[in-house]
Design a protein around this ligand. Structure first.
Ligand SMILES: Nc1ncnc2c1ncn2[C@@H]1O[C@H](COP(=O)(O)OP(=O)(O)OP(=O)(O)O)[C@@H](O)[C@H]1O
Length: 365
């Protein structure tokens, strides 16, 4: 087990026109499950490969367990990796697949057997130890890859989209199994995914990446509830956070944001924005539908455009003064397209962003 420190890692591939990672720093305490999340091409895999020693950075440092390993060969870093493709040897039995890394390290046969049996038991592979991978399901094959990674007592576990080849249902059950397993092992784990649900479900913390940089790093609740910028708010959540543009106004003590005829109160901390445009961010499930509401105080009137029953909830696409606002209502809620509704946007659920920088504004009272 080990703490991992990444310091200002810069990497440009030969012939690449931009930096794959552009000065990434991250501190991952011993035993933490850190998820690197971001859209395709944002540099997640490059970061993981620099950690593993499969790529060398142009600048910056990788420190594992207090040791600078930036230019150390992969096999001398004591890491284990699980990749997206199952990467099991097709001609080796499950037992030999799991024990491969141990054998390569010259571990005595008796110890290999004990460790393989332990990992097989943990990952429910005991009945399959004599089988060839071709006779396993996708989920079982991926479990073999995980078992092989955990038997070697690595200081750090690296996982690059390990669930992405599994079908939706298997993915869901294996995700929970993996979470349990890693928390029991207590090994520092760095996990790459572009799937926001996976990131929120697995990570002790999530580092959200964009264009080679980390834009926000925090607990799942922090990054989901307090996105540092509009990109994070839009990337996390399905449907994503709503963003509405309005004009800050009001006299004296009174401060509000106007969307073109409909307005909401604005925190006093944002008084300096009077006369300027602001962006309001709010999650669809944070909005309360108030069918009976008749007054405009702290509420807005919208027109329903689309009504989608989703089983566990109802998704409404509405228009507020021409801007789209998605609302997640309760499962039993009914509304017809064209119907007008009052919605309450609780002040404590409203996040405020600068329209130019798209960065969150400090709006605490
Ligand atoms: N071997 C390479 N040679 C040149 N450019 C590369 C190479 N590998 C990655 N890149 C580029 O570096 C950037 C970051 O790629 P990287 O694979 O790290 O992103 P990612 O976030 O892991 O994406 P994905 O989720 O699609 O794997 C991209 O612009 C990509 O095109």
């Amino acid at each position: 087990m080990s703490e991992v420190v990444l310091h200002e890692l810069v990497k440009t591939y030969p012939g690449g026109d931009k930096r794959a990672t552009d000065g990434v720093s991250l501190h991952i305490p011993d035993g933490e499950f850190m998820v690197l999340l971001g859209p395709s091409g944002c540099g997640k895999t490059t970061l993981l490969r620099m950690l593993a020693g499969l790529e060398l950075p142009d600048a910056g440092q990788v420190v594992i367990g207090g040791r600078d390993v930036t230019y150390l060969e992969p096999r001398r870093r004591n890491l284990s990796m699980v990749f997206q493709s199952y990467a099991v040897f097709p001609h080796k039995r499950v037992f030999d697949n799991i024990g491969f890394g141990l054998r390569m390290r010259g571990v005595p046969a008796g110890v290999v057997r004990r460790k393989v049996e332990w990992a097989a038991e943990l990952l429910e592979l005991t009945p399959y130890l004599d089988r060839l991978p071709a006779k396993l399901s996708g989920g079982q094959r991926q479990r073999v890859a995980v078992a092989r990674a955990i038997v070697v007592d690595a200081d750090v576990l690296l996982m690059d989209e390990p669930l992405s080849n599994l079908d939706a249902l298997l993915r869901l059950s294996f995700r929970a199994e993996l979470k349990k397993l890693v928390s029991e092992l207590g090994t520092t784990t760095i996990y790459v995914t572009h799937d926001q649900v996976e990131a929120l479900s697995l990570g002790d913390r999530v580092a959200v990446m964009r264009e080679g940089r980390i834009v926000q790093c925090g607990t799942p609740v922090e990054v989901y509830s307090h996105p540092a910028d509009e990109f994070v708010g839009g990337f996390l959540g399905s449907p994503p956070m709503n963003f509405l543009t309005g004009l800050a106004g009001g006299e004296g003590e009174s401060l509000h944001i106007d969307f073109g005829g409909q307005s909401l109160p604005l925190p006093r901390a944002l008084a300096s924005y009077r006369g300027k445009e602001l962006r309001l961010g709010i999650r669809p499930e944070a909005i309360a539908v108030e069918p009976g509401r008749t007054g405009p105080d702290g509420a807005v009137e919208v027109a329903v455009e689309v009504f989608e029953p989703l089983g566990s909830s109802t998704l409404l696409t509405t228009k507020l003064c021409g801007q789209t606002l998605k609302v997640s209502a309760s499962a039993g809620f009914r509304a017809d397209p064209g119907e007008r509704l009052w919605l309450r946007l609780p002040p404590e659920q409203c996040r405020w962003y600068d329209p130019e920088t798209q960065l969150a504004l400090e709006a605490k009272e």
